[in-house]
Design a protein around this ligand. Structure first.
Ligand code: CAA
Length: 366
């Protein structure tokens, strides 16, 4: 279903959306009608909860020609909706999940700050309880969909005991007083996915919007990131699949030295390497999703899938572009954009170095 949708609705406008840095709102509305925005939300909250493997397959397909849409959907489903489903109160679920599943609001997830990316427990944004409100002050950045989202799951430091500050999670609505979109980042790729900086100046958040227990925000953030890293692995696999197909198509058309370039062994070996890395990335991704579906521990496997698939996507995009020669460097060919879009995969939702840290800690602890 998603593959057909991509053919019909996304391919015809992907290039112009990216060139114009245009947020794909209409596409997202149609994806909501198909139930895709509610893939992590159960039917009682108007979603069509599927297993993780299905979400992976949907993200793969979306990522083939418009990885921007894939990351918007992944953040919405695996970070925003999932965190509320897993840690929210009944009232929070009833208030936010039906709207999110039906696409009436898009969700974002705001952890990173200018001075705290990988070191996510060193946030400076703070939340001080004042009666039935928390007052938030600070700056958040690299917020995927930040400017377009109706609500965000946002992390700030609260003082849980005198002198001891810990991360807490809040559901913050876009119109809460004191929240301002201060900047839209100008990025190398993923131009249709708008990435915002958010300023919080005495932002008033009702105490009932605390998500989970006060001071337990780090566990909430890292648990949800485990799930969403599978989504970024899927995004990497989808882009790699398309890059391989673009390279094969080009190699079978282009002639040099009197024959198709696909007939040269140097190219054949490159394509064989691409296909092998792609398969390995896909299998690691499906394995992590399968463990998640079975309710088993999958922190290490999600980190492995994200690490391998994102690094492989960059190598694959590099080789696929190389096969295109000079044309690969031209904006006329899709591979130029895929090459730029792939670059962030090894960075967001935990850099490759953080994934290695998670994997090795897991093994050494045991
Ligand atoms: N699941 C649940 N809880 C976990 C966990 C997991 N996988 N990993 C750690 N925790 C818990 C710990 O038990 C601990 O809980 P308590 O405070 O209750 O004891 C707490 O979280 C802190 O854990 P650590 O002491 O291990 O934390 P640390 O400071 O050593 O950091 C880290 C660990 C792995 C480096 C972590 O900081 C990390 O993953 N950093 C990367 C952050 C990241 O991925 N950022 C991406 C931003 S979001 C984004 O990109 C979204 C987008 O818009 C695209």
């Amino acid at each position: 279903m998603v593959r057909d949708f991509v053919q019909r609705e996304i391919i015809p406008q992907a290039k112009s959306l990216e060139e114009n840095h245009e947020f794909p709102r209409e596409i997202l509305e149609k994806l909501a009608d198909l139930g895709i925005l509610g893939m992590t939300v159960p039917p009682e909250y108007k979603g069509m909860k599927t297993d993780s493997i299905s979400l992976v397959l949907a993200l793969e397909e979306l990522s083939r020609v418009l990885p921007s849409v894939a990351v918007i959907v992944s953040v919405h489903c695996s970070l925003f909706c999932y965190s509320i489903l897993k840690f929210g109160t009944r009232e929070q679920k009833e208030k936010y999940l039906p709207k999110a599943a039906e696409g009436k609001i898009l969700g974002a997830f705001s952890l990173t700050e200018p001075g705290a990316g990988s070191d996510a427990t060193s946030l400076r944004t703070n939340a001080v309880k004042n009666g039935n409100m928390y007052i938030l002050n600070g700056t958040k950045n690299w917020v995927t969909t930040g400017s377009e989202a109706g609500a965000l799951v946002l992390f700030a430091m609260t003082e849980i005991k005198p002198g001891i500050k810990k991360l807490s999670a809040f559901i913050v609505e876009k119109h809460f007083p004191g929240l301002k979109i201060s900047k839209i980042e100008e990025k190398m790729g993923l131009h249709s996915s708008l990435t915002a900086e958010i300023s919080l100046e005495n932002c008033e958040v009702p105490a009932e919007n605390l998500l989970g227990e006060e001071g337990k925000g780090a566990s909430i953030a890292f648990h949800c990131l485990d799930c969403s890293r599978i989504g970024i692995a899927a995004q990497s696999v989808g882009l790699s699949q398309q890059a391989m197909e673009e390279a094969v198509k080009y190699a079978k058309q282009r002639e040099a030295f009197g024959k198709k370039i696909a007939e040269f062994q140097s190219l054949q070996f490159m394509i064989a390497d691409i296909a092998t890395q792609l398969d390995a990335a896909r299998l690691l991704t499906y394995k992590a999703a399968d463990l998640c579906d079975k309710g088993k521990s999958f922190t290490k496997e999600a980190a492995m899938a994200k690490l391998f698939a994102s690094e492989a996507a960059n190598r694959i995009a590099y080789q696929a572009l190389q096969i295109h020669g000079g044309y690969g460097y031209s904006k006329e060919f899709l591979i130029e954009r895929l090459y730029r879009d792939a670059r962030v995969f090894t960075i967001y939702e935990g850099t490759s170095e953080i994934q290695r840290l998670v994997i090795s800690r897991f093994l050494l602890k045991k």
